[in-house]
Design a binder for this molecule. Structure first.
Ligand code: NAP
Length: 494
C-alpha cells in the first residue's frame, strides 16, 4: 500500500521484506483452516475491490493471491528486496537521513540512505513459544502454528495442541478428523460470536450485485463498517459505575455475554462439563472474539478429542505433564501460543536523535502519536504501530489506508516546506497517549481481570485503538503542522 501511494505521489523508494514474497501474515501462516475473520468486503483495499470473493471470509491461499495480484497490478515487485532483513536504522543528524543497514539471505550487508522510513512489520509476526520447563526436551516434531510443518503427516498421530486462541480455533477443527487423538491444553477459553455463514460461499446473486449494480459494493462496504464494526463498540465499553459481576463490564456487555454463552451451550446440550470449561469467565471483548459456526464445539465433542484445563507443569521427552501429576505421551506438539505482539519493531535496532535507542526509550512501553510517530525519531513512520489494533470493530486494511494517507501527507509537508525533518511535539504525543490510555481503561480489554496480548508486561494496553474506526479516519485525514516540530533546512550560504 505504501509502495502504491508513493509511486502515485512520485516519490522514489525501496521496500525491504524478510520474506520471499509479498503477503505478510498471509504468506507466513499456512496452517490448515487459516482464513480471515473480518469479511473480505471490508478486509480488502478500498481502491482494489474484488467482486468475486469466493467466500465471505476467504481462506489464506485466496488472500495471498489477492495481495500477490495487487503487487503485480501496481508493478511493485521490482521495488522490493525480498529475503532481506533490516538490522539497524541510524539517524544521521547532520545530513537528516536514515541509514538503514539491511542483510540479504546470503549474509551480504548494504546501507540504504533514506529521507524517511516507513515500517510495516505487523504486530503478530514473531511467534511466541511458551516459557514451559523442558520445552526443548520433547523428542518428536514440535512447531508453532505460524511455522506449520507441512512435512509432518498428522494422520493417526497422538497430537497435543497448546493454546486456544484465534489460530488454534481455526486449525483444531481441520485436523481433528485426521489425527489419531487430539489433546488440547487450554489456559483461557476464547469467546466465539455466532456467525453461521463463516465458511459459506458468497451467493452468486450477491457477486452479481457487487459487479453490476452501481455503488452496491460501496454501500455494502460502508454498511459493514458502520453496523458490524463500530456498531459493536457499545457492547464492549465499560460502565465506570458497574457493580455487577466481574464476568462483564456493563449491563450491555452482560447481555451480550448471556447471548453468546447461550449460543455456545446450545451446541453441547449433553455436555455440561464441557460447557463449563469453554464459556469464558472474563468479559466479552476482553480478548479477540472469534467467529463461531459450530465447528469448534463439534471438534471438542469428538471421541478422539479431549480438552485439558489443568496447567502444564513440564514438557518431557515423550509428552506433557500437568500440575495434577498426569503424564500424557504424544507424537507431535503444536503451539498455538501467539506472538510477541508488544515488542514493536523488534529485533531491529533503531537509533534516533543523539543515538537514542528506540526500545530503550520505550522501556517496554511502546507509544506513538496516532500509532505512527514518536518524539526523537524524526521522519520515522509506523504502520500498525502502538495502539492501532482493533478488537471487535474493523479491518486492519482500513487502518493501513488511513495511516498511509497520513504518512504521504507528512512527506508532502516535508517536500512542500523544504523542511529536513519532522517529529511529533512531546506534549502532543503525551496528551494523545493519556487520552488513549484513559479510553482503553474503559474497554473490556482494559479491565484489570483480563490478560491478553493487548497488554504489555506492565499491564498497559499497548496494542489497541479504543475509539471508533471513523475517529481514526478523521484523525488521520492530514497531518496538522502544529502537532510537529518541523526542522527547516539551513539557509544556503550566500
Ligand atoms: P493468541 O490469541 O495470543 O493465543 C495464544 C493462546 O496460547 C492463548 O489461548 C493462550 O492462553 C495460550 N498460551 C500461551 N502461553 C501458554 C502457556 N504457557 N500454557 C498454556 N497456554 C498458553 O494467539 P493466536 O491464536 O496465534 O492469535 C493471535 C492473534 O492473531 C489473534 O488475536 C488475532 O488478532 C490474529 N489472528 C487472526 C486470525 C484471523 O483473522 N483469521 C487467525 C489467527 C490469528 P491465554 O489466553 O491464557 O494467554
Amino acid at each position: 500500500l505504501t509502495g502504491i501511494r508513493l509511486s502515485q505521489a512520485g516519490v522514489s523508494y525501496e521496500i525491504v521484506d524478510k520474506n520471499a514474497d509479498v503477503g505478510g501474515t498471509w504468506f507466513e501462516n499456512t496452517y490448515p483452516g487459516c482464513r480471515v475473520d473480518s469479511s473480505n468486503h471490508i478486509y480488502s483495499y478500498s481502491f482494489e475491490p474484488n467482486h468475486h470473493w469466493p467466500q465471505h471470509f476467504s481462506t489464506q491461499p485466496v488472500l495471498l493471491e489477492y495481495f500477490r495480484g495487487v503487487a503485480d497490478r501496481y508493478d511493485l515487485r521490482g521495488k522490493i528486496a525480498f529475503e532481506t532483513e533490516v538490522e539497524t536504522l541510524d539517524w544521521d543528524e547532520p545530513r537528516a537521513l536514515w541509514k538503514v543497514t539491511v542483510r540479504n539471505k546470503s549474509g551480504v550487508r548494504r546501507v540504504i540512505e533514506a529521507n524517511a522510513v516507513v515500517t510495516a512489520v505487523g504486530q503478530l509476526n514473531r511467534p511466541r513459544m511458551p516459557d514451559i520447563k523442558g520445552r526443548d526436551r520433547f523428542a518428536g516434531p514440535a512447531f508453532h502454528s505460524a511455522r506449520w510443518r507441512h512435512d509432518v503427516d498428522l494422520t493417526g498421530k497422538r497430537v497435543a495442541v497448546i493454546g486456544t486462541g484465534a489460530s488454534a480455533y481455526q486449525f483444531v477443527p481441520e485436523i481433528a478428523g485426521k489425527v489419531g487423538s487430539l489433546t488440547i491444553f487450554q489456559r483461557t477459553p476464547p469467546w466465539g460470536f455466532p456467525v453461521p455463514h463463516y465458511h459459506e460461499d458468497v451467493p452468486d446473486g450477491m457477486n452479481w450485485l457487487m459487479e453490476h449494480v452501481p455503488y452496491y459494493d460501496k454501500w455494502y462496504r460502508f454498511w459493514m463498517f458502520w453496523m458490524v464494526t463500530d456498531g459493536l463498540l457499545p457492547m464492549v465499553e465499560a460502565d465506570p459505575g458497574w457493580n455487577g459481576p466481574p464476568t462483564a463490564v456493563s449491563a450491555a456487555n452482560l447481555e451480550f455475554r448471556e447471548m453468546i454463552a447461550g449460543a455456545i451451550a446450545a451446541q453441547a446440550p449433553n455436555r455440561p462439563d464441557l460447557v463449563e470449561k469453554v464459556v469464558p469467565t472474563y468479559p466479552v471483548g476482553g480478548k479477540r472474539s472469534l467467529l463461531d459456526n459450530g465447528v469448534w464445539m463439534a471438534a471438542l465433542q469428538r471421541d478422539n478429542v479431549s480438552l485439558v484445563t489443568d496447567a502444564i507443569s513440564e514438557i518431557t521427552e515423550t509428552g506433557i505433564l500437568t500440575a495434577d501429576g498426569t503424564a500424557r505421551d504424544f507424537d507431535v506438539i503444536i503451539y498455538g501460543t501467539g506472538f510477541h505482539a508488544s515488542k514493536f519493531l523488534e529485533p531491529m535496532k533503531i537509533r534516533g536523535r543523539g543515538g537514542a535507542d528506540l526500545h530503550a526509550t520505550w522501556d517496554g512501553d511502546p507509544r506513538a502519536y496516532l500509532g505512527m510517530t514518536t518524539p526523537g525519531f524524526p521522519n520515522l513512520f509506523m504502520i500498525y504501530g502502538p495502539n492501532t489494533n482493533i478488537v471487535v470493530n474493523g479491518s486492519i486494511i482500513f487502518f493501513s489506508e488511513c495511516s498511509v494517507r497520513y504518512i504521504v501527507g507528512c512527506l508532502k509537508l516535508l517536500a512542500e516546506t523544504g523542511a529536513r525533518s519532522m517529529e511529533p511535539k512531546r506534549e502532543v504525543h503525551d496528551a494523545f497517549n493519556t487520552r488513549v490510555d484513559a479510553a482503553n481503561a474503559l474497554m473490556a480489554w482494559g479491565a484489570p481481570q483480563v490478560s491478553s496480548w493487548y497488554k504489555n508486561e506492565k499491564g498497559r494496553v499497548t496494542q489497541n485503538w479504543p475509539f471508533a474506526l471513523v475517529d481514526y479516519w478523521r484523525a488521520t485525514l492530514a497531518p496538522n503542522p502544529g502537532d510537529f516540530v518541523i526542522e527547516k533546512a539551513p539557509e544556503p550560504v550566500a
